[in-house]
Design a protein around this ligand. Structure first.
Ligand code: DAT
Ligand code: MG
Length: 150
């Protein structure tokens, strides 16, 4: 079965605070499939491309400084409705507006230290996957699909 895909990234604060496993666990528990994973130190170039829509915002320099401050964990998750559902699992951009039970609601406070990124549309997800995984993904069809989907 071919599913929607999304790009999820644990930001430097999430890696530094040892929350990679916690974030992965929430997507795994839901039933989504991990189809791409890498730990990397992002370059300014890739971050500027990733956040190009925000380049004129006053917080952009601070965002760049934060995102380049350490390694990130870049992931691709696959599943029915995973783009929207992934954003629900993450919570609101501003962690103080995020409900308990969401990643940002449970683990952070400031918008400029909000732990994780999730694509906001199917189109942007595919763009972000191409940017962060230029060599593509490993093909893998899960055997448990029938236990997750009707
Ligand atoms: P999201 O990450 O929820 O998709 P976004 O795409 O609007 O949010 O912004 C990207 C990141 O930029 C966000 O995760 C944190 C930072 N950011 C957004 N709005 C901000 C603000 N008002 N002040 C400081 N940082 C902000
Ligand atoms: Mg965004």
């Amino acid at each position: 079965m071919s599913h929607e895909r999304t790009y999820i990234m644990v930001k430097p604060d999430g890696v530094e605070r040892g929350l990679v496993g916690e974030i992965i666990k929430r997507f795994e528990n839901k039933g989504f499939q991990l189809v791409g994973l890498q730990l990397l130190s992002p370059t300014r170039k890739i971050l500027e491309k990733h956040y190009e829509d925000l380049s004129s915002k006053p917080f952009f320099p601070g965002l760049m400084k934060y995102m380049i401050s350490g390694p990130v964990v870049a992931m691709v998750w696959s599943g029915k409705g995973v783009v929207k559902s992934g954003r629900v699992l993450l919570g609101e951009t501003n962690p103080l507006a995020s409900l308990p039970g969401t990643i940002r609601g449970d683990f952070c406070i400031d918008v400029g230290r909000n732990l994780c990124h999730g694509s906001d549309s199917v189109e942007n997800a595919e763009k972000e996957i191409a940017l962060w995984f230029p060599h593509g993904l490993v093909p893998h069809e899960r055997v448990i699909e029938k236990l997750i989907y009707e």
